[in-house]
Design a protein around this ligand. Structure first.
Ligand SMILES: *Cc1c(COP(=O)(O)O)cnc(C)c1O
Length: 365
């Protein structure tokens, strides 16, 4: 057990009261008042017409792909650096993920490289708002004007791109509310869109393909992606605390910024966005040495994900120089809403010590 965890939840009496109420109501399945309230609050928070709650952020991506009619033979562009879910979702609907390198200036999809990767078969682009930083949607649309964009906003609750909330930037946007995400209810996800026909289709697929007007009448092949009323009750409380939770994480980020200034490289900050802090992320060529030092103190700092083209199911011999460099050097520091100042200082202290030690070893070597 690590003494300082990588992340932590922030649940108050509000969420607890909603869960108690949901339990006492007897409605515990995916049909219940809190599911609808959670969906409405979420849609309002990020200014979208429709939100559909689902059981996690990965099936949210699968549902978005199915909503767009993506099928075997289709290509979907996916960033080469992200948590694996977007690539897996494309494979799970039988389509082919086309990995594209990220930009060194944003760590998100590089629009120029997206342009080069587009073929006749490209049917969608999944853009990931990585580590609280929105992808550059205007630039992506200018190189791919007629290809639908799915925005994976799982890591960026509360970020803003040119005045628009993250979660409103894709033709379809998805969220995860997994335990370590900025707004969380354990395991949950959502798809959002302004397109009413698309929303209706996705709701149909998510609910067994059953007609809303006729019981046990299934016109299409559906599945069950629904979220239960209990996590939805927690989720409603969390969405009502959205601004408070995202601001609390930003404050942790600002504290790390001040304490670590000049000592280690921070992930790039884009001038086109107001970022949010998910997990505070830094990078160094001496990452392994630094991580060993920090982790030996019981601090759960973690290396960022392996680049997707280096994972067995998605292996590629193309270079992906930016994604692979970041994957080799970046790591996250413990971050959660309400993380005590003393713990932030302790983590920063360990990082500074480790950086100095790594410098010394480099001189001696
Ligand atoms: C966490 C995450 C997901 C998956 O969400 P789950 O709810 O854990 O299935 C998808 N995409 C990205 C970028 C994520 O970080």
């Amino acid at each position: 057990m690590m003494r300082i965890p990588a992340s932590n939840i922030n649940i108050t009496e509000l969420e607890k009261s909603y869960v108690r109420d949901a339990l006492e109501s007897g409605w515990i399945s995916g049909i219940g008042g809190y599911v609808t309230r959670f969906e409405d609050a979420l849609a309002k928070q990020v200014q979208r017409k429709h939100a559909i709650a689902v059981s996690n952020g990965t099936v949210a991506l699968e549902l978005a792909l199915k909503g767009l009619g993506i099928r075997p033979g289709d290509e979907v562009i996916v960033p080469a650096l992200t948590f694996v879910a977007p690539a897996a979702a494309v494979r799970n609907v039988g389509a082919t993920p086309i990995l594209v390198d990220v930009s060194r200036h944003s760590w998100t999809l590089d629009p120029e490289k997206v342009k080069e990767a587009i073929t006749r078969r490209t049917q969608a682009i999944i853009a990931v708002d990585l580590l609280g930083s929105p992808a550059d949607y205007d630039a992506l649309r200018s190189v791919a004007s007629d290809i639908p964009i799915i925005e994976d906003a799982a890591q960026a609750h509360g970020a803003v791109y040119k005045g628009k909330a993250v979660g409103s930037l894709g033709d379809i946007s998805t969220f995860s509310f997994f335990a370590n995400k900025s707004v969380s209810c354990g395991e949950a996800g959502a798809v959002l869109t302004d397109d009413s026909a698309l929303a209706e289709k996705m709701r149909l697929i998510a609910g067994h393909g059953m007609s809303p007007n006729r019981i046990y009448w299934h016109e299409i092949v559906g599945s069950n992606y629904r979220l239960s009323n209990l996590p939805a009750a927690v989720g409603l409380g969390q969405v009502e605390r959205w601004n408070e939770l995202t601001q609390a994480r930003r404050d942790v980020g600002y504290a790390y910024d001040t304490l670590l200034k000049g000592a280690i490289a921070h992930r790039p900050i884009c001038d086109y966005a107001l970022e949010s802090t998910w997990l505070y992320c830094v990078a160094s060529p001496q990452r392994e040495m630094i991580l060993d030092h920090i982790r030996a103190k019981g601090i759960d700092a973690r290396p960022i994900w392996t680049a997707i083209p280096d994972l067995p199911p998605y292996r590629s011999s193309e270079p992906f120089p930016v994604a692979r460099k970041i994957a080799a050097e970046a790591f996250t520091l413990p971050t959660w809403a309400g993380m005590p100042k003393a713990l932030i200082e302790e983590v920063a202290e360990a990082v500074l010590e480790a950086v100095n030690e790594a410098k010394l070893e480099a001189v001696l070597a």
